[in-house]
Design a binder for this molecule. Sequence first.
Ligand code: SF4
Length: 123
Amino acid sequence: MVNPNNTPDYEAVAAGLDRWRQVPNEVLRDVVMRRGLCLWGLWPAQEPDWDDCAPSDRRLAARLCAGCPVIEQCLELELRMAGPCTTGVWGALAEGDRRALHPIWQRRRHQQDGTDQEGGRSS
Ligand code: SF4
């Protein structure tokens, strides 16, 4: 999904999440809980070198989430639930990248929902 050596294309990542826009939180939560690799203790074949990776590291996020079948659902849910206060690794992105992604994702949602930045209906 994201090359850990480069800054993610936040616009592209946010656009890729549009498909989950109308999926309720509880449905996303259920699918992540049932299928998320880390939630089942299914680590990648080559476990990250934990001493070499800070929790915010892109490489750690990419390796930890490699092969997970619910990366997009996990990322969408984390953006909704934690917003700009997100921490740790979720959705194959480091927290700094999710914090940078959040306002872009949020702007798209406001535009799609016909709301302004304060949540009110736009004309
Ligand atoms: S995307 Fe990563 S953090 Fe989310 S459930 Fe999958 S392995 Fe866990």
